[in-house]
Design a protein around this ligand. Structure first.
Ligand SMILES: [Ca+2]
Ligand SMILES: [Ca+2]
Length: 95
């Protein structure tokens, strides 16, 4: 597989690793999403400690309103983080 294909496979792998911990194996509930962020995205997102931040994050990601984050909703989050990271890097290259 190419680097890009490997990256996509990794995203799927990480999603499922956390999604299958509790309850619905194909969805991240709030605590699973929190663990994923705090264990896999610390350099880009940082540690999310307070409940209010998790509440509003889940609220903004949960477009179908089932209080859980499915793969499509998770990809929205990954896209958001990636775009922010990309913009940040571009901004720094200009300086
Ligand atoms: Ca789950
Ligand atoms: Ca949802």
């Amino acid at each position: 597989m190419t680097d890009l294909e490997n990256s996509l496979a990794t995203i799927m792998e990480v999603f499922h690793k956390y999604a299958e911990k509790e309850g619905d194996k194909h969805k991240l509930k709030k605590s699973e999403l929190k663990d994923l962020i705090n264990e896999e995205l610390t350099s880009l997102v940082g540690h999310v400690k307070d409940q209010a931040t998790m509440d509003s994050l889940m609220e903004s990601l949960d477009t179908d309103g089932d209080s859980e984050c499915d793969f499509q909703e998770f990809m929205t989050f990954i896209t958001m983080v990636t775009v922010c990271c990309h913009d940040f890097c571009e901004h720094h290259e200009d300086e």
